[in-house]
Design a protein around this ligand. Structure first.
Ligand SMILES: Cc1cc2nc3c(=O)[nH]c(=O)nc-3n(C[C@H](O)[C@H](O)[C@H](O)COP(=O)(O)OP(=O)(O)OC[C@H]3O[C@@H](n4cnc5c(N)ncnc54)[C@H](O)[C@@H]3O)c2cc1C
Length: 408
């Protein structure tokens, strides 16, 4: 392959890379996408297996706060390619979205995420974007990029006028996001913050008895807290511990508690809609000889496996009086012993450190090379914030490429 001036290379065919490719092709650049896997968008399609949550209807200033304090620039990235722009982009591909009750934005039920990806790839083809699958980026050369054709094993160098790296995080390696790219960054002295699981389950050392008897069961309408942060929603009891949206959203607090060596305690509120007084009033009603399990079922509709969970986690005296029981039902301590392994996580914290990038997401040590998507050091909760973050940084990096090429 020879050097072609004004050609832009996109490495990584996930949502961040493909959107950067689209914007740059629309701006008139010759764009080539290099993807290590046999097909592009594998994690995008995995995201479609559950509820495929494209973005969120939360208004912009609040939306940006989801990307935590140490992630500068997100307000700007989101303003440049906003949740409304994302919906409009889907509409431009001939497909619709709708806002769910929680504010989450989904594709309408009459098409599958694979259809969205196919429509997108058709559009990219019409724009002249060249897709080179089975092409793995191996690292930087003094002037360009080293690639390996995975079909033939042959290595080549490409020297594009600008590059966008959108290689993803380090979870669900089978989709291609294996995080192996950090080595190439270390070779040129670019600092990467170590990866950590985000939006993942919490491990709890259940007794063998509880693990066997409770099984996998949802706890609906709960509130879960860690280090002063509280999230409501459905929690799933699993053989390894807990999962579900509230657990995922508390990963940063849980990770910090585990790292400080202190007790990583989750507090479960089993009746978040009742005030302490209302709860106490219900618990003060005479039990009439009923067992605790039958009483909780009748007075509070807390059936199986709640009594078992209380026995598993609290001493008998914690349920002995209405006052103690009311406190316990609002603050059931669950000791988390760890987070699930990185590869299982929905997303990854860590990645290219922000101080290695300028305001255009260009690597300071490698002018003309831009970085976008989950490989940047940010994290956000589920609810559409992950894909939106990838799309917005992809669009922003493409904007940076255009500005940089115009300057050259
Ligand atoms: C189970 C699951 C469910 C999810 N559900 C949602 C959801 O509902 N809503 C939401 O907002 N987000 C969701 N996400 C997260 C979302 O899918 C990711 O955040 C997003 O795909 C990341 O986009 P990206 O473009 O940065 O990276 P990726 O999508 O990971 O793409 C990176 C690409 O780079 C390629 N690559 C890596 N290394 C190389 C190399 N050396 N050379 C060439 N190519 C390389 C990879 O093969 C991959 O195709 C979910 C994730 C998972 C795992």
């Amino acid at each position: 392959m020879t050097n072609m001036p004004q050609e832009v290379a996109i490495i990584g065919g996930g949502p961040a890379g493909l959107l950067a490719a689209q914007h740059l092709a629309e701006a008139g650049h010759r764009v080539r996408v290099f993807e290590a896997q046999a097909t592009v968008g594998r994690k995008f399609l995995v995201a479609g297996h559950g509820g495929f949550n494209l973005t969120n209807a939360e208004p912009l200033p609040a939306f940006a706060t989801r990307y935590a304090d140490r992630q500068p620039g997100f307000e700007q990235f989101l303003a440049y390619f906003s949740p409304a722009d994302l919906r409009q982009w889907v509409a431009s591909l001939g497909l619709d979205t709708f806002v769910g009750t929680s504010g989450r934005i989904f594709p309408t039920a009459d098409y599958k995420p694979a259809q969205l990806l196919r429509a997108w790839l058709r559009h990219l083809q019409e724009l002249g974007v060249a897709l080179h699958t089975r092409h793995r980026w191996l690292g930087f050369t003094p002037k360009g990029l080293r690639l390996r054709d995975e079909s033939t094993g042959q290595e080549t160098e490409v020297c594009p006028a600008a590059t966008v790296l959108a290689l993803g995080g380090a979870s669900w390696a089978k989709t291609g996001s294996d995080g192996r790219w950090t080595q190439a960054f270390q070779e040129i002295g670019v600092r990467c913050v170590p990866f950590a699981p985000a939006n993942c389950g919490a491990e709890v050392a259940w007794s063998a008895f509880f693990r066997e008897k409770a099984g996998r069961v949802p706890l609906k309408n709960m509130a879960l807290s860690c280090a002063g942060h509280t999230v409501r929603g459905e929690i799933m009891l699993t053989d390894y511990g807990l999962e579900g949206t509230p657990v995922y959203a508390l990963t940063p607090a849980l990770r910090a508690a585990l790292a400080s060596g202190g007790p990583a305690t989750l507090l479960l509120n089993l009746k978040p809609d009742l005030t302490p007084e209302q709860l106490l009033e219900k618990l003060r009603k005479p039990r009439g000889g009923k067992s605790l399990a039958a009483f909780l079922e009748q007075a509070l509709r807390l059936g199986r496996p709640i009594p078992m969970l209380l026995r598993e986690l609290a001493p008998a005296e914690a349920t002995a009086t209405p006052e103690a029981l009311a406190h316990l039902l609002h603050h059931l301590p669950i000791p988390a012993s760890g987070l699930r392994p990185l590869d299982e996580a929905i997303s990854t914290a860590g990645g290219v450190a922000w101080d290695e990038l300028d305001a255009h997401l260009m690597l300071r040590r490698r002018p003309g090379t831009f970085v976008a998507g989950e490989m940047l050091d940010w994290e956000a909760p589920t609810g559409g914030y992950l894909l939106q973050g990838c799309f917005s940084t992809g669009a922003w990096a493409a904007r940076g490429v255009q500005a940089w090429l115009a300057e050259q």
